[in-house]
Design a protein around this ligand. Structure first.
Ligand code: FES
Ligand code: FES
Length: 167
């Protein structure tokens, strides 16, 4: 067992857990933050996506003990009180989910995707990467969100939601 100090959604927490506990299990089982979902537990579906220092990671592949002192943001930390984050609002407005199981991962991923494009990080479908501020289009969003699977197949509405939020 080990004491792990995690900073999640702006609040510091001390968690007493087995050193092999994943970040996903620490959030869900110890901090009752169940927004991030366990889909595959193998880094293949994206349901567990959260943000660490603004970058997206699969929390099922991360050991909690390795993320002490980092700024962790889960889907619960995106809104400002009752005001949804623009990406959350866009998912609602575009009806971008069915069962919702993948949705928190999709939303966290989309928040990071928009930031990555703004910083000029090219994707596999970026033709001529500019210095910064890559404009997201349908193909860019499809490629950049390809690590987030939706078993309901809500992609037809997820892509417009991400594009709307990016604007
Ligand atoms: S649960 Fe982490 S990628 Fe599927
Ligand atoms: S909305 Fe059901 S898995 Fe995506």
């Amino acid at each position: 067992m080990s004491r792990v100090s995690l900073r999640v959604n702006g609040t510091d927490h001390d968690v007493e857990c087995d050193v092999r506990t994943t970040l996903l299990d620490a959030l869900r089982e110890h901090l009752d933050l169940v927004g991030a979902k366990k889909g595959c537990d193998h880094g293949q579906c994206g349901a567990c996506t959260i943000l660490v220092d603004g970058r997206r990671i699969n929390s099922c592949l991360a050991l909690a003990v390795a993320y002490q002192g980092r700024e962790i943001t889960t889907v619960e930390g995106l809104s400002d009180g009752d005001t949804l984050h623009p990406v959350q609002q866009a998912f609602v407005d575009n009806d971008a989910f069915q069962c919702g199981y993948c949705t928190s991962g999709q939303i966290c991923s989309a928040v990071a995707v928009i930031e990555e494009a703004k910083q000029g990080w090219p994707s596999a479908v970026t033709d001529d990467p500019p210095e910064a501020d890559i404009e997201l289009d349908h193909d860019e969003v499809r490629e950049r969100m390809s690590g987030n699977l939706c078993r309901c197949g809500a992609y037809a509405n997820i892509i417009p939601a991400v594009l709307e939020a990016s604007e």
